[in-house]
Write a protein that binds this ligand. Structure first.
Ligand code: NAD
Length: 256
């Protein structure tokens, strides 16, 4: 379905981004990976699906790095047809205690990076009259939780950016949508489970149950594979007129 197309997924050396990259590769898209840590393992996992794979280690908090990554993708694969803005970090503290440098980092990585990649990807998408921008937001793009001010602000912001991008491209073959996961068991969430276990003297299992029980009625994690399939749907012909949605996959979190 996506043979001959190129998907760039930010923050795809781990977790949800890698799950989405693999789902798009299974549809035949060539993949540009990005993110910190080991890139060779993720590159091999994607290449095993029979597509071409590239990697750029741009730091999503740095606009000049983002420009270099987009130039690398265009030079290597011709153009980015599918842009998945997924890179993200978390920091947990009350507003009055929130370190200013953490606030700036969360806003830069979770929100501003998507503005930079989108502004750089859109001209070629418009010229081809086909493109997909998928912003990985969160349930925290729709509702708040205590001690997550920067994250909730950034995720509400990216839902807003999604709507505006969708409106500006509404008469073209380019669509922009957001995905809003509830809890997904990735390193980002395992750190929050670990913090809960340490603070309350709980086992990993008890801390996990408590984390899910506070917010997610299904009492089960959404998986990177499920999120990857939703991204693939947005890229399919059936997604041609899905524009500006914030689609939650959250076990009922925001239905409450
Ligand atoms: P993760 O920590 O497993 O992966 C994050 C990825 O982003 C990694 O590849 C990491 O290297 C990369 N990254 C971090 N900082 C970066 C930077 N400055 N520049 C480039 N890459 C950087 O996290 P995840 O849980 O897979 O999260 C992915 C996205 O999904 C994030 O936007 C997150 O907010 C969102 N999300 C996660 C959950 C969840 O429960 N895990 C829920 C809702 C939304």
């Amino acid at each position: 379905m996506l043979a001959g197309k190129t998907a760039l997924v930010t923050g795809s050396t781990s977790g949800i981004g890698l799950g989405i990259a693999k789902a798009l590769a299974r549809q035949g898209a060539n993949i540009v990976l990005n993110g910190f840590g080991d890139a060779e393992g993720p590159k091999a996992e994607v290449a095993a699906l029979g597509v071409k794979v590239g990697y750029h280690g741009a730091d999503m908090s740095k606009p000049a790095d983002i420009e270099a990554m987009m130039a690398y993708a265009a030079a290597t694969f011709g153009r980015v047809d599918i842009l998945v803005n997924n890179a993200g970090i978390q920091h947990v503290a009350r507003v009055e205690d929130f370190p200013v440098d953490r606030w700036d980092a969360v806003i830069a990585i979770n929100l501003s990076s998507a503005f930079h990649t989108s502004r750089l990807a859109l001209p070629a998408m418009r010229a081809a009259n086909w493109g997909r921008i998928i912003n990985v937001a969160s349930v925290h793009g729709l509702v708040g939780s205590a001690e997550k001010s920067a994250y909730v602000a950034a995720k509400h912001g990216i839902v807003g950016l999604t709507k505006v991008t969708a409106l500006e491209t509404a008469t073209t073959g380019v669509t922009c949508n957001a995905i809003c996961p509830g809890w997904v068991l990735t390193p980002l969430v395992q750190k929050q489970v670990d913090a809960k276990a340490a603070a309350q003297g709980l086992t990993n299992e008890a801390a996990t149950r408590q984390l899910l029980g506070e917010k997610e009625p299904s009492m089960q994690f959404t998986t990177p594979e499920e999120l990857g399939e939703l991204a693939a749907f947005f890229c399919s012909p059936a997604g041609n007129n899905v524009r500006g949605v914030a689609w939650n996959m959250d076990g009922g979190w925001t239905a409450q």
